[in-house]
Design a protein around this ligand. Structure first.
Ligand code: ATP
Ligand code: MG
Length: 424
């Protein structure tokens, strides 16, 4: 029987891994150009960390975590998201004492969800967090840098939705309004929502059940209950986005699926990926550091789903720079093979960023040339007994109608370099 991968966990095969890496590199470059620095975090944390930060009555904590007891009977969890770990690391390492941090991290996340297109059990996020910043300026910066990424990657079809969830106090008042409202339509709620009505009514707004669409659409919205400071904060953000020319839509029903958010929340959504349209989501979490045992520290961040970014990039016609070899060396006979190895090292030494593949496993000229063609190489460099004897190599263009020509081995690096021109 063939071994199977675990459901919802995918291999990223070579035909697409170059695209992943290209996107990750561009995102990293953009984020670092705004002064964010990388932090690398463990993928396993104490279960308690996620319970306390994400919230007990959320989809993630209630039914999606990969939780297990280790050999010492400690309850550990594969991280379902990175913000909690980021905050934990900030506290653990004393990064937040009289300091501000602009950090990014990336890697796999784990949620026991129903696998479907754009939704997996192991998926990957690029995560950016700014801790120690209170004003709407950093909210704007985090959004503007997204707009720059989309532009760099040629991604259209992304729209920005923003909302404000106010302060905890303002949300408490709103929460009561919501409970009152949903109680009047309780007989039409589903089981999950009825349970949440008592515990965490805001979560009902985040329900993925389409049958609740109308009821949710008619519910009171947080934005009508905002405290004055949050109104100012939201206005500040909108004004900075306006000046930067970043378009947005205020979506008063955007609440996000995790409990720690307050004030600004946002989502970049696309219509190009079906129902899994959220590509990059984030928000402010001013109370989380303190809640997890640090000093009060305002903070905000976002996380982007790499699988969805890759899918959108492809849907928008994007392609990553190719990784095909520039030169494939065809070598017939023992002497020629030794020469091929020697030359390939000289090329790698002498031609910046060159990709050279030496034919492995022998074969006739004909079959080697077939492999050269299949490799996608621009040129085949041909070495046979005659060539070795005459101290030349045959240079055969594989992607143009040009004739094969013979070039002397002395000076071959310069000639090949010239033929290849600027390399990508
Ligand atoms: P959704 O509403 O699609 O469930 P979410 O609100 O749960 O998303 P977040 O927890 O904010 O998502 O995670 C940030 C980003 O990670 C999302 O915008 C999305 O791009 C991606 N993401 C979340 N869950 C998954 C998943 N199961 N598979 C693939 N990508 C995911
Ligand atoms: Mg989700």
């Amino acid at each position: 029987m063939k071994p199977r991968a675990v459901r919802g966990m995918n291999d990223v095969l070579p035909d697409i891994s170059a695209t992943w890496r290209y996107l990750e590199e561009v995102v990293r470059e953009v984020v670092e150009s705004y002064g964010y620095r990388e932090i690398r975090l463990p993928i396993i944390e104490h279960t308690e960390l996620f319970r306390r930060s994400i919230g007990e009555v959320t989809d993630i904590v209630e039914k999606e975590m990969y939780t297990f007891a280790d050999r010492n009977n400690e309850s550990l969890t594969l991280r379902p998201e990175a913000t909690a770990s980021m905050v934990r690391a900030g506290i653990t390492n004393g990064l937040l004492h009289n300091q501000r941090q602009k950090l990014w991290t990336a890697g796999p996340m784990f949620r026991y969800e129903k696998p479907q297109k754009g939704r997996y059990r192991q998926f990957h996020q690029f995560d950016v967090e700014a801790m120690g910043y209170a004003g709407p300026d950093v909210d704007a910066e985090l959004i503007i840098l997204c707009a720059r990424m989309w532009q760099r990657l040629g991604l259209s079809r992304l729209t920005l939705e923003i909302n404000s969830l106010g302060t905890n106090q303002a949300r408490a008042i709103y929460r009561q309004e919501l409970v009152d409202y949903f109680t009047t339509v309780k007989n039409r709620l589903d089981e999950d929502s009825i349970r949440r009505l008592g515990q965490n009514p805001l979560r009902i707004l985040d329900s993925k059940n389409p049958e609740l669409g109308d009821i949710i659409a008619a519910a009171p919205v947080m934005i009508d209950y905002l405290d004055e400071e949050s109104v100012q904060h939201f206005a500040g953000l909108k004004s900075l986005l306006d000046s930067a020319g970043v378009a947005y839509r205020v979506n008063p029903r955007l609440v996000r699926g995790l409990d720690y958010y307050n004030r600004t929340v946002f989502e970049w959504v696309t219509d190009a990926l079906g129902s899994q349209g959220a590509v990059c989501s984030g928000g402010r979490y001013d109370g989380l550091v303190e809640k997890l045992g640090g000093r009060p520290t305002p903070a905000i961040g976002w996380a982007m789903g790499i699988e969805r970014l890759v899918a959108l990039f492809i849907a928008c016609g994007g392609t990553a720079p190719p990784l095909d070899p520039h030169v494939y060396i065809v070598a017939a006979g023992e002497k020629a093979l030794a020469k091929a190895f020697e030359l390939s090292e000289i090329f790698r030494d002498g031609i910046d960023a060159v990709r050279v593949e030496v034919n492995l496993g022998g074969g006739s000229f004909k079959s080697q040339l077939k492999r050269a063609d299949k490799s996608g190489a621009s040129y085949a460099l041909i070495l046979g007994e005659d060539e070795i004897e005459e101290k030349v190599a045959g240079l055969k263009p594989l992607r143009s109608g040009e004739e094969q020509r013979s070039i002397p081995l002395a000076g071959i690096v310069a000639e090949l370099g010239e033929a290849l021109g600027e390399l990508n």
